[in-house]
Design a protein around this ligand. Structure first.
Ligand SMILES: [Zn+2]
Length: 106
């Protein structure tokens, strides 16, 4: 579950973090395209920051609850599964919104 979540998150990030001018994939922490120099949009930067904050919050939460050593047991906790389901739901929602936006722009 946790792995799937990470995969979905990184896929979404990769999908979103493409240059608006040349369409090349960009690193998650980049501000401008390294291929053509196009600056990233404010919404893309906001998205980056939000993803980073979510990740930090999640890591903090996990380390507070289970100690710095993240043992495999925490994956079986019910609340984590619920949290993961909610997160996946949010990701899917964002994905749908992005798809709609891209369709409208084309
Ligand atoms: Zn570019």
């Amino acid at each position: 579950m946790q792995e799937l979540l990470m995969l979905a998150a990184s896929y979404l990030r990769g999908l979103f973090m493409n240059c608006r001018r040349c369409g090349k994939p960009l690193p998650n922490n980049s501000v401008a395209c390294k291929f053509c120099g196009m600056l990233m949009g404010q919404d893309q930067l906001n998205f980056q920051r939000r993803m980073q904050e979510n990740e930090e919050k999640r890591i903090q939460l996990l380390s507070e609850k289970y100690g710095v050593d993240t043992t495999p047991e925490y994956r079986n906790k019910k609340e984590n599964k619920l949290l993961g389901a909610i997160f996946i739901g949010i990701i899917l929602l964002i994905l749908i919104i992005i798809t709609i936006i891209v369709n409208v722009m084309n």
